[in-house]
Design a protein around this ligand. Structure first.
Ligand code: ADP
Ligand code: TYD
Length: 200
């Protein structure tokens, strides 16, 4: 049976995830691999509720509500997009995934073990990359219309959790405070290495 590869790209807001995830898909396609881009929150039912009702309100809702809605959105994402792509042998690159919940809702005070528990149906990625950029740098990149997550204080807290996940060996750190090209080349190398080792 063909087996795809599931990669996720994580990081704080405006750390360059979308840029790098799309670049990786483009680079892999150029090399002849069937790679596709996807993202969370999704465009599905729960993803729309998150964007319309939760992320751009006047203040944050309780973190438990956020965690449950993101978990529902993820479950739909896994069933409708991730699993079918993997079954077809594709490489699927997700711009945010499970670690965003651990980092953002964890930084809001929730127990990371509980967040993992409610996400236990979400398939584990083969490779989880964390793009590290200081909070001060992303705050300068963010525009005027900021979500409830996009304050300097929150970005700092979320980054701390991501760095803890790197120390626990759950995420691979890539320095995101460089040019788009340099970061893109490093990510491509890491992925090609994984693909090579897998076919040995
Ligand atoms: P995210 O998906 O993490 O929110 P984006 O890829 O949308 O991040 O990038 C956020 C902003 O930062 C965009 O304006 C983008 O052009 C810019 N950007 C992305 N990567 C870099 C980089 N390596 N250096 C400087 N600016 C970048
Ligand atoms: P973002 O990547 O900014 O999506 P878009 O660029 O399409 O608006 O994600 C929206 C926000 O949702 C971001 O601040 C991180 C937050 N988030 C969580 O808090 N938990 C999660 O599980 C996910 C997937 C995202």
């Amino acid at each position: 049976m063909k087996k795809g590869m599931f990669i996720c790209i994580e990081g704080i807001d405006a750390s360059g995830k979308t840029t790098q995830a799309k670049l990786l898909v483009k680079n892999l396609n150029k090399k002849g691999y069937e790679a596709i881009y996807t993202s969370e929150p999704t465009r599905g039912f729960f993803g729309q509720i998150l964007r319309q009702r939760i992320l751009y309100g006047n203040k944050r809702v309780p973190a438990v509500i956020e965690a449950l809605l993101f978990a529902l959105d993820r479950l739909e994402h896994v069933e409708k997009e991730i699993k079918p792509a993997l079954e077809k042998g594709k490489i699927i690159v997700s711009d945010r995934y499970l670690y965003s919940s651990i980092a953002y809702q964890g930084a809001a005070g929730l127990d990371p073990a509980w967040i993992e528990e409610i996400n236990k149906w979400a398939v584990k990625p083969d490779l989880a990359i964390y793009l590290d950029v200081p909070a001060e740098v992303v705050i300068k990149r963010l525009g005027k219309k900021r979500s409830v997550m996009e304050t300097l204080e929150n970005q700092r807290k979320v980054r701390e959790v991501y760095l803890r996940l790197v120390n626990e060996g759950k995420l691979m750190l890539i320095d995101g405070n460089r040019s788009v090209k340099e970061i893109g080349e490093e990510i491509l190398q890491v992925v090609l290495e994984r693909l090579k080792n897998r076919s040995l």
